[in-house]
Each structure stands twice: as structure tokens, then as C-alpha cells.
Write a protein that binds this ligand. Structure first.
Ligand SMILES: Cc1cc2nc3c(=O)[nH]c(=O)nc-3n(C[C@H](O)[C@H](O)[C@H](O)COP(=O)(O)OP(=O)(O)OC[C@H]3O[C@@H](n4cnc5c(N)ncnc54)[C@H](O)[C@@H]3O)c2cc1C
Length: 543
């Protein structure tokens, strides 16, 4: 069973040992776990559904108004979502949940919802971290359209390397259905275990190995989108010069233009060999020079993930195994990677000869920056636990600490100033509350032109909701403002949702926002999908 107020399966528990706890206490002070609300208490706070009995009976697809279904569909995984659930300060929830089990049911459902004056929000895996699933406040009842039952592989064209899926399929299920036929997609966001194909497309997701397989915009080949009043079919073509690409309108549309019901994706053969290798470099500057050189040499690595010195230290401290880590650090110090060292995880994927050649070409570039390889052991451990690290969020909460992440991308000259500005903004925001903030950063998607910059902020939750909420809001605002000031995008991979919507204009400009608004108005003249994601919710006249 999936946790209702945290990450992942209830049966999977992450722990932090005494050493890690001491490290956090030294950095932040001792954490105190606030009293979690029980599920029963949270459910008791839900307002009644505003849908009438006549509406419930008249819907073309069965609707659930069960409190737990409504609760689970109305929350993602942002820290704001966690705070509301953990403290039992539930706030807005949807009025009903529809879970169609055939894509053909989506069209009549939307037509019916439009006639009833509802707001509809599509839900994939509910892993959003930017407030996508919070229902808008207002008079109109909100229906969550859950895609969870729409998960079939519809067709596989081996000669074109294309597979078509119902868009609600979750990462592991999608990969399993492809692997059964000897194929794979290779899209592995850290939320892979719960995120859906439609959600990836709607939020412009990026996977850990996007350097090889491409971000979702490169993988999404075409599909079907049910707009509020019509259907958009986008054919699969290897390339086209026929005007603007309609796929680009759907990518990042965050449920505002329509419901993606089917998607064709570009698939690959399962590679012969895959090695993840950990290197250490003496300093941030040399680590950044190494990843920049690797990206610009276009060697075709599947992954480059460079942690700064604080993230490297934190990773080593939270890993447990203090004896083995002490031995590793002595060895690294002898080889020139002492205090200030940074960890670089590299992915080499492909044919055996290709992997060998990439490694041979990468080695001199890494050595030129003082890089020290520790072989494949750490890389194998990372690969085995690549989707387990997220559970640490639960363990940190239980130790009394909240975790939030903020991410952007920018051109190379801005990368280091961006990292410094984001971390500084987080620390200053918490200092305003008399608290410390443990901030650290990695570059996880490295391009010849620049990089994503992904910062993590750990701080004490505090004893009550108001205080914790104020800490989070200050942090979010300060770091978002720093991102905008330093010339980064408000999101490289998490999307805009409601949390980042105020900062979208800095990137798109007034003309860009007008074009986006015009597109939304054209697709959705009656505001059926007026969730407030991407662009503020507007109380539009009903047809
Ligand atoms: C621990 C953690 C790690 C993460 N790591 C990554 C990462 O590495 N890379 C990354 O890119 N993201 C990451 N994310 C963010 C999140 O997983 C992605 O944004 C993901 O793409 C959301 O997919 P979902 O199916 O969960 O969508 P949901 O959360 O259900 O919905 C997100 C938005 O998409 C819309 N939507 C969903 N399905 C459809 C559909 N079929 N049609 C139209 N609109 C739809 C929703 O209306 C909503 O606006 C992470 C999140 C968490 C919690």
C-alpha cells in the first residue's frame, strides 16, 4: 500500500544511523518530530463533496466521493503537500474522482463535466512537487480524472522503434511491458516508480539517463489528446518541417490544454552493457571543468551527476558504513582528493565495445582535472538503490527534519554563481526564522551549453504547522527569486504548477505569456481545465 502522507510503499523503511543523526544535529540542531495527524483525523476534516446525487448518478463513468480517494488524488509530493498532510491541515480537496478503464470513456466524461460546470484535473502518478494537484478554490466543484487504470501497451512497431501506450502507465509497468518484448524506453526520473507517462509529458520530465535516451520531449513521438471540446491526434513522424510542432504544445501543458490519453514513444533495444562509475575530483571548480569537458566532447555518456563538496560530504555521512567510508577518504586524500572533494557519478551505456571506447576517451579528461576513479562498486550500489534514496525523505522527517529541493538550468558561466545564490538564499530565508538550513547542490543534467542546477535544503520542521509552513514559504520564495535574478529557468524538470507560476513571466516575457494564454483559451474556451497550473486560474464564463 502506498503511503498517504509520505513517499512510497508503507513496507519500505529507510533509516539514518547515529553518525548521520549526529551530523545533522551539528549542522541544524536537534530535530523534533511533530505529532503526525492520523489518516482518520485527516479524513474527518474533509468537507462533503459538492456533487449532487443526480450528478453522481448521471456521470458516464462511475465517480468516487469516498474521502480517502478524494484525499489521495488531491495531493502530490511537494513539501507543502507533506506539511498539509502530516499536520492534518488538509485545505482544498477535490469533490470526486473518476478512474476510467478505457480511453474511449474520457471524451464523454469531459463532455459531461463541461455540461455540469466542473473543473477537471488529470492525475497521473501524483508525484508532482510543484502543487499541480491542489484543487483551485472557487465555486465550481473539482473532479480529478485519474489515469491509473489506463496503462496498456497498445502497439509496438519494431521497425520504427515506436511503442504506443495508454498514458496512465507508470514507469515500472511501462518498462516491464517493453522489456517483455526486448525493448526499453530508458526514462528514469527519480520518481520513476510512481510517475506516469502522461505526467512525464505534461511536465516535461527529465530522466537520470536523459543524456543517452533524451528528455521526454525527445521520446514523445505523437499521440492523442482529448481537449475540452475536440480531439487532437498528433501523428508519429521521424521529423517534420511543417510549421510549429504540435507536440511542443502538449509538452509541459500541465493538464491545461487537454487530457493526454495515448502516447507513442521512441524505444530502444536493451543495451549490452551498462557501467556506473564513481570518480572523485579535488574541488568543485575541477569537477565542473571535467563535466563541461565531457559534455562538450560529446562522448555519449548516459549520465553525469556531479555533487558539490557539501552534497558529497552529506552523501558519505548519510550512507552509513562509517568504517568503509573512512578507509575510502584516506585513500582519496592520498590521491589528492581531500577536504572539498566532489563526487561525480558517470553512466556508460551501449554495446560492450562502445562502453570501453567511451571509458577510454573519458579517462584523460577526468585525469586532467585530478580525477580519481573508485571503480564500479559505488556505481553498482548507486544503481541498485537509485529509486530507494527518495525514502530518506521519510527517515529525515521522522528525525524532525524537512527536505525541499529546487532546480533550474542555465548557461555555463552562470552555473557556479547560480549554485551559490540558491544555497545562500535558502540559508538566509531560514535565518530569518532563527533557523539553520543545510543546503547542497548537484548538477544532474549536463549539456554542452550549460547544466541543470539542483539544490536540496534540509531544515528543522518545527513544532507546529504555521511555523513550518512559514519556513517553507520563505525558502521557496527566496530561492525562486534567486533563480530568476541569476537568469535561470524556473524549472529544468519539475514544471511550473502553482508554486512556480508567479515566476513564469520572467522567462517567457509578456508576449510569451499572452501566447500561452491564447493557446489555453483556444483549447479550453469554457475553462473546464482551469486548475491554476502554469497560469493563474481565471473564472471564465461557462458555455
Ligand atoms: C521524489 C521525487 C523525485 C522526482 N524526480 C524527478 C526527476 O528526476 N525528473 C523529473 O522530471 N521529475 C521528477 N519529479 C517530479 C515528478 O515526478 C514529475 O513531474 C512527473 O513527471 C510527474 O508525473 P505524474 O504522473 O506523477 O504526474 P502528476 O503528479 O499526477 O501530475 C502532474 C501534472 O501533470 C498533469 N497530468 C498528469 N497526467 C496527465 C495526462 N495524462 N494528461 C494531461 N495532463 C496530465 C496533471 O494534471 C498535473 O498538472 C520527482 C518527484 C518526486 C516526488
Amino acid at each position: 500500500m502506498r503511503r498517504w502522507n509520505g513517499w512510497g510503499e508503507e513496507s519500505i523503511h529507510a533509516t539514518i544511523d547515529e553518525g548521520a543523526r549526529g551530523f545533522l544535529e551539528e549542522a541544524l540542531g536537534s530535530g523534533t518530530l511533530p505529532q503526525d495527524a492520523s489518516l482518520a483525523a485527516a479524513l474527518a476534516r474533509l468537507p462533503a463533496s459538492r456533487l449532487s446525487a443526480a450528478q453522481l448518478h448521471g456521470a458516464p463513468v462511475p465517480l468516487s466521493i469516498e474521502a480517502e480517494d478524494r484525499l489521495r488524488a488531491s495531493f502530490g509530493q511537494s513539501l507543502g503537500d507533506w506539511l498539509r498532510l502530516r499536520f492534518g491541515q488538509i485545505g482544498p480537496v477535490c469533490d470526486a474522482v473518476a478512474s476510467p478503464d478505457a480511453v474511449e470513456q474520457v471524451r464523454p466524461l469531459l463532455d459531461w463535466a463541461r455540461q455540469q460546470g466542473l473543473v477537471v484535473i488529470p492525475v497521473g502518478g501524483a508525484t508532482s512537487v510543484v502543487g499541480h494537484l491542489t484543487p483551485p478554490a472557487g465555486e465550481r466543484p473539482v473532479l480529478m480524472l485519474s489515469m491509473q487504470r489506463l496503462r496498456r501497451l497498445l502497439s509496438l512497431d519494431a521497425s520504427s522503434q515506436l511503442a504506443r501506450f495508454e498514458a496512465g502507465v507508470l514507469g515500472p509497468d511501462l518498462e516491464a511491458q517493453l522489456r517483455a518484448e526486448g525493448w526499453m524506453l530508458g526514462h528514469y526520473p527519480q520518481s520513476f516508480e510512481y510517475a506516469s507517462l502522461g505526467g512525464w509529458i505534461a511536465t516535461r520530465s527529465s530522466g537520470q539517463q536523459s543524456a543517452r535516451y533524451g528528455r521526454i520531449e525527445a521520446l514523445f513521438a505523437g499521440g492523442r489528446v482529448e481537449l475540452p471540446t475536440s480531439t487532437l491526434d498528433i501523428p508519429t513522424l521521424p521529423a517534420t518541417a511543417a510549421g510549429p510542432d504540435l507536440r511542443e504544445w502538449v509538452l509541459g501543458s500541465e493538464g491545461r490544454l487537454g487530457v493526454i490519453t495515448e502516447a507513442s514513444v521512441r524505444i530502444s533495444r536493451v543495451p549490452e552493457r551498462e557501467d556506473f562509475v564513481a570518480w572523485f575530483l579535488p574541488s568543485w571548480e575541477r569537477g565542473q571543468a571535467a563535466v563541461q569537458a565531457l559534455a562538450q566532447a560529446r562522448l555519449g555518456l548516459s549520465m553525469m551527476r556531479l555533487a558539490n563538496a557539501t552534497e558529497t560530504l552529506t552523501t558519505l555521512k548519510l550512507a552509513g558504513h562509517a568504517g568503509a567510508i573512512a578507509w575510502l577518504e584516506r585513500y582519496l586524500a592520498l590521491r589528492g582528493c581531500a577536504e572539498g572533494k566532489v563526487l561525480l557519478m558517470l553512466g556508460f551505456t551501449g554495446g560492450a565495445a562502445q562502453v570501453r571506447a567511451m571509458q577510454a576517451l573519458a579517462k584523460p579528461l577526468l585525469r586532467a582535472q585530478g580525477g580519481v576513479s573508485t571503480g564500479t562498486l559505488l556505481g553498482r550500489k548507486w544503481a541498485a538503490k537509485r529509486f530507494r534514496g527518495v525514502y530518506l525523505r521519510n527517515a529525515l522527517w521522522e528525525a524532525g527534519y524537512a527536505v525541499d529541493t529546487m532546480e533550474t538550468a542555465c548557461d555555463w558561466p552562470r552555473v557556479t554563481p547560480m549554485m551559490q545564490a540558491m544555497e545562500h538564499a535558502g540559508r538566509s530565508a531560514l535565518a530569518g526564522h532563527g533557523e539553520r538550513c543545510h543546503a547542497y547542490t548537484h548538477l544532474s543534467h549536463v549539456y554542452p551549453q550549460g547544466s541543470s542546477v539542483y539544490s536540496t535544503f534540509v531544515f528543522r520542521i518545527g513544532p507546529d504547522f504555521d511555523g513550518a509552513w512559514a519556513r517553507w514559504q520563505s525558502l521557496k520564495a527566496a530561492v525562486s527569486e534567486a533563480i530568476v535574478r541569476e537568469g535561470g529557468t524556473i524549472s529544468h524538470q519539475h514544471g511550473v504548477g502553482k508554486d512556480h507560476a508567479p515566476y513564469l513571466g520572467a522567462e517567457k516575457g509578456a508576449t510569451g505569456l499572452r501566447l500561452i494564454d491564447g493557446l489555453i483559451r483556444e483549447a479550453d474556451p469554457g475553462g473546464l481545465l482551469d486548475s491554476g497550473n502554469l497560469r493563474p486560474s481565471t473564472a471564465r464564463a461557462q458555455p
